[in-house]
Design a protein around this ligand. Structure first.
Ligand code: PLP
Length: 391
C-alpha cells in the first residue's frame, strides 16, 4: 500500500475562480462596498415564493421526469416562441440546475478529450472550469475593448482547426455587457456552418437588455446547430432556486437527459413550480428590475466617464467594465489593493481571461448609493496610484 490513487487530473489542474477569491476576502470585511458579485440585489418576487410555498405544502414534492415537469416545458416553449422567436416543442427542452447546470450538461454531451472549443475572451470563468472537467481545449477569441468588446468573425474563423467542435457565444455578455448585433450573430453562425461546428448560445441575460434588441441565434439558424441556454437566476432574481433550461434538437435533448439521469435525476420540484409561477406572473417584475439596472448603468457610465475610466456603454446584462490601467497595477493586484485599503470589492478582469487584464468589472446588481461610493473611491484610488507612480 503506497497511499491513495491520484485524483482526476482535470479538476486538479483547475484554478479556483478569480472572482471567488475577492468575494471570500470581501466577506470578512464588515463595511465593504460589494460591487464584485453578479447577483441581483432584489428579492424573488412574492407571487413566485408564494406558489413555491403552496406547492411544498401540498405534499406532492417528489421526483419529476428528468427533463422537467411537462407543464413547465410547455410554458417554456411559449416563452421561447414569444421572447426568443425560437420554435420548439417540449421534447427539445431540458430543465436543469441553473444556466451553469444546463451549459455543463451540453458540454458533456459534445466534448471529448482534446476537442477544441472557441470561447470569448473575456468570458464568464465557468466555461474554462467546465472544459477542465471534460478535458476539452479552450481556444479564446478576442472580444477586446477597442471594438466595444465585440468579436471579429474573421479572427474567430482563423482559430478553427480540425479538432474544433463548438463555438460559444454569450450575448448579452458577462463580464462586458456587450450585446451582439444581429449581423454579427449571423456572421458567427455562418462561420460555424462553414466548418460544421455546434454553437452554444449562452443567453442567461436574454431579458436584461437596455439598448437595442436581444437576438437568439437559434431563431434564424435553428435548434440542430444552435444549442441555447437560459436561466431564471438573473431575469427573475432567482439565483438560489437553481433553475435554468436548454433548447436544442430532440436527439441532443435526449443526450442531455442521459447526463442529467446520471447526475441530477431532476431539478427540485419546488423550484420547477416556482419557475412556472414566474412565467405565469407576467413580465412586470422583469421590466421593473431591468429598469433599475438601466438607471444604474446610466449612473455608472456617467461617473466612469467623468473619471476618464469608461471603456464602453454596456447594452445589457448587469455589468460595466472600468479601465484601471493608469494605476500601473494588473487588475488582480488592483482589486486586492482597492479592497484592502478602501474596502471596495470589484471583480478583476484577469478572472475572465487575458484580454481584460487592465480592467475591473463592476456589478450593476448593487444599490445606486453603493455604486456611487464604490466608483468614486475606485477612481480616487486609480489617481492616487498614478500620482505615486509618476513621483
Ligand atoms: N452564463 C453566464 C454568462 C453567467 O454570468 C452565469 C452566472 O453568473 C450563468 C451562465 C449561470 O447562472 P445560473 O447558473 O445561476 O443560472
Amino acid at each position: 500500500m503506497t497511499g491513495l490513487p491520484l485524483l482526476a487530473a482535470g479538476p486538479l489542474a483547475m484554478p479556483h475562480s478569480g472572482i471567488r477569491e475577492v468575494i471570500n476576502e470581501a466577506l470578512l470585511l464588515p463595511d465593504c462596498v460589494r460591487l464584485e458579485v453578479g447577483e441581483p440585489d432584489f428579492a424573488t418576487p412574492e407571487h413566485i415564493v408564494e406558489a413555491a410555498f403552496a406547492f411544498a405544502r401540498s405534499g406532492a414534492v417528489r421526483y419529476t421526469g428528468t427533463a422537467g415537469i411537462p407543464s413547465l416545458r410547455e410554458k417554456l416553449c411559449e416563452k421561447l416562441a414569444t421572447v426568443n422567436r425560437i420554435a420548439a416543442v417540449p421534447a427539445q427542452v431540458n430543465v436543469g440546475v441553473g444556466g451553469i447546470g444546463v451549459i455543463s450538461a451540453a458540454f458533456g454531451a459534445i466534448i471529448e478529450p482534446g476537442d477544441e472549443v472557441l470561447v470569448p475572451d473575456p468570458a464568464w470563468p465557468c466555461y474554462e472550469l467546465m472544459l477542465g472537467v471534460t478535458k476539452g481545449v479552450l481556444v479564446p477569441y478576442r472580444c477586446g475593448p477597442e471594438t466595444g468588446f465585440l468579436p471579429d468573425p474573421t479572427e474567430v474563423e482563423s482559430r478553427i482547426t480540425s479538432r474544433t467542435k463548438l463555438l460559444v457565444i454569450n450575448s448579452p455578455s458577462n463580464p462586458t455587457g456587450a450585446v451582439f448585433p444581429r449581423s454579427l450573430l449571423e456572421a458567427l453562425v455562418a462561420v460555424a456552418e462553414r466548418h460544421d461546428l455546434y454553437v452554444l448560445s449562452d443567453e442567461c441575460y436574454d431579458e436584461v437588455v437596455f439598448d437595442g434588441e436581444h437576438v437568439s441565434p437559434a431563431s434564424f439558424a435553428g435548434t440542430d446547430r444552435v444549442i441555447s441556454a437560459f436561466s431564471f437566476s438573473k431575469t427573475y432574481a432567482m439565483t438560489g432556486w437553481r433553475i435554468g433550461y436548454l433548447v436544442s434538437s430532440r436527439s441532443f435533448a435526449d443526450q442531455v437527459n442521459k447526463i442529467h439521469e446520471s447526475n441530477i435525476s431532476c431539478v427540485s420540484a419546488v423550484s420547477q413550480k416556482a419557475a412556472e409561477a414566474a412565467l405565469d406572473g407576467g413580465s412586470e417584475p422583469v421590466i421593473s428590475m431591468t429598469a433599475a439596472y438601466r438607471r444604474r448603468r446610466d449612473l455608472c457610465v456617467e461617473l466612469l466617464q467623468q473619471h476618464g475610466l469608461l471603456i464602453n456603454r454596456p447594452g445589457g446584462a448587469f455589468y460595466v467594465m472600468a479601465d484601471v490601467s493608469a494605476s500601473g497595477l494588473g487588475a488582480r493586484d488592483f482589486a486586492f489593493d482597492l479592497l484592502r485599503t478602501h474596502r471596495v470589492a470589484v471583480a478583476p478582469g484577469t478572472a475572465f481571461g487575458k484580454v481584460a487584464r487592465a480592467s475591473v468589472r463592476i456589478s450593476l446588481a448593487s444599490s445606486e448609493s453603493a455604486l456611487r461610493i464604490g466608483i468614486n473611491t475606485l477612481a480616487a484610488h486609480v489617481r492616487e496610484l498614478e500620482t505615486r507612480r509618476h513621483g
